[in-house]
Ligand binder design. Structure first.
Ligand code: NAP
Length: 484
């Protein structure tokens, strides 16, 4: 396959929080990969900003170490690494103070695309946005990138939106949900809207139900303090699962354009029905095999925060009338796996009476650990013994079809940062989308708080609490196995 990397325009990217964990692990290593691939121009520059007292050379050493630690094979290209490192600058800045902003003003070239990545706590967004304007660093052509969590409820999300809106237009704001940067998520749109095969079947007439699972094997150790104030609903459902649900359920946009796509996603969130209490299961992992329980990890012996949530929800529109969407996410589960499964209905009539098993077509879209898709189809079991049917996957693993180069699936962060430079907002959340998602999530969380709801315990390494299985069994359905 011929590589079709299209370079982006020259840019200056300022990373507030340029010494933080996200910058080291994802942003800087990702940018280096894009540099090696030829997508980032030779002249583009990255300017780190944080409180740590570093000079340019100190920051260059810091980033070289980070790439040494988190970079992949591309770091073996020492010539490229040296050039990339030479394009790095740093200015010490306290977001709440007034030092360093004049230097930043001098450093940022106004004649190229300039973008500001707010890789800091959301409490600093307003301070940074205001100073970028006060010191005449950013203007109406600048772009800003903000990270999750975007609020912890509707009210705080509205506050953040209005703080940013004081200085930046919606067209300048790129709210990252890195799930949207995954290759498969975009492929989902390509499969749905680029083929004649799927779209006619993508509705209540042919789809029995849809499952979305985001399972992690890790617990909350290390970030228990933060997580305990958040929980699975805020940390995963309100953003990642909701975004996946939107892409699966949305109507075809009139064109592949950022507002057309985001308008359709917003309609899905607005059509989501309130979830009935008995259609939600909250869980919290127990201790097992010498490993700590959630409460020990979170250092909160009385915590009622959920590390698992499963739910059944409905979208009230013509396309999805009475089609359940089952969502599930949790920590310390049996495997690390993110999957969307579109489970099609049974045949209207089987002409193979001797075959008693129920055969179903299932389109499975895997996002983690490997990205790919497969379509389960029914065929005749080979060999003698009559007309026995068997379900086999029509594997659409990209590497098999597109050659080894396609295995080098671009990391979500890299893709999204390059989209910022291209000025393409399609894969970023719009302010009204984020608010609509909180408006749907808030009543669920508030109800738990009011009722002092106690999460159901589950064994680490399992598929979650027994009640989550029951949620499906009651409907005569089964969760798909969580496979890594
Ligand atoms: P982190 O490791 O704690 O880094 C925070 C960064 O902010 C550091 O560079 C810190 O440097 C800087 N900082 C703190 N206070 C500052 C101030 N007053 N003025 C200027 N800079 C300041 O956090 P992180 O993990 O990188 O996360 C950054 C943001 O991304 C957070 O909002 C987080 O929720 C979000 N996020 C992170 C991840 C992840 O994988 N890490 C994933 C998704 C979202 P100094 O101490 O030198 O100032």
């Amino acid at each position: 396959m011929v590589s079709r990397v299209i370079p982006v325009e020259d840019f200056d990217l300022v990373i507030f929080g340029g010494t933080g964990d996200l910058a080291r692990r994802k942003i800087l290593t990702g940018l280096f990969r894009r540099f090696v691939s030829g997508q980032m121009p030779n002249t583009a520059r990255i300017i780190g900003a944080a409180r740590s007292e570093l000079d340019d050379q100190g920051y260059r050493d810091f980033v070289r170490t980070a790439i040494g630690e988190f970079g992949g094979d591309e770091k073996k290209d020492t010539k490229a690494l040296d050039h990339f490192i030479g394009q790095l600058f740093y200015t010490p800045i306290d977001a709440r103070g007034d030092g360093g902003w004049d230097r930043l003003h001098e450093l940022v070239r106004q004649e190229v695309v300039n973008a500001y990545y707010f890789s800091v706590a959301p409490g600093l967004f307003g301070d940074i946005a205001e100073r970028l304007h006060r010191y005449k660093i950013a203007d109406s052509t600048s772009r800003i990138v903000v990270e999750k969590p975007f609020g912890r409820d509707l009210e705080s999300a509205q506050e953040l939106n209005s703080v940013l809106a004081k200085h930046f237009d919606e067209k300048q704001i790129y709210r990252i949900d890195h799930y949207l940067g995954k290759e498969t998520v975009q492929n989902l749109m390509a499969v749905r809207f680029g083929n004649v095969l799927f779209e006619p079947l993508w509705n209540a007439q042919y789809v029995d139900h849809i499952q979305i699972t985001v399972a992690e094997t890790v617990g909350v150790g290390g970030r228990g303090g933060y997580y305990d104030k958040s929980g699975a609903m805020r940390d995963m459902v309100q953003n990642h699962l909701m975004q996946l649900l939107c892409l699966i359920a949305m109507e075809p946009p009139s064109k592949f354009d950022s507002d057309a796509v985001r308008d359709e996603k917003l309609k899905v969130i607005r059509a989501l029905q309130p979830v009935e209490t008995h259609h939600i299961v909250r869980g919290q992992y127990d201790a097992a095999g010498g490993k700590k329980s959630y409460r020990e990890d979170a250092e909160n012996p009385k915590s009622f925060t959920e590390s698992f949530v499963a739910m059944k929800c409905h979208i009230a529109n013509w396309r999805w009338a009475n089609v359940p969407f089952y969502l599930r996410t949790g920590k310390k589960l049996k495997a690390r796996s993110s999957e969307i499964a579109v489970v099609f209905k049974d045949l209207a009539h089987s002409i193979f009476p001797e075959d008693e098993a129920r055969h179903r077509n299932i389109l499975s879209i895997q996002l983690q650990p490997n990205e790919g898709m497969d379509l389960q189809v029914t065929i005749k079991e080979p060999g003698p013994g009559g007309m026995r049917l068997v379900d086999v996957p029509l594997d659409m693993t990209f590497a098999d079809a597109l050659g080894p180069e396609s295995e080098d699936v671009t990391d979500a962060y890299e893709r999204l940062i390059m989209d910022v430079m291209r000025g393409n907002q399609t894969l970023f959340m719009r302010g009204d989308e984020v608010e609509a998602a909180w408006a749907w999530t808030d009543p669920i969380i508030n109800n738990w708080v009011e009722k002092h709801d106690v999460p159901k315990p589950y064994e680490p390494g399992s598929a979650g609490p027994e009640d989550a299985m029951m949620l499906m069994h009651r409907d005569n359905r089964r969760w798909r196995d969580i496979k890594g």
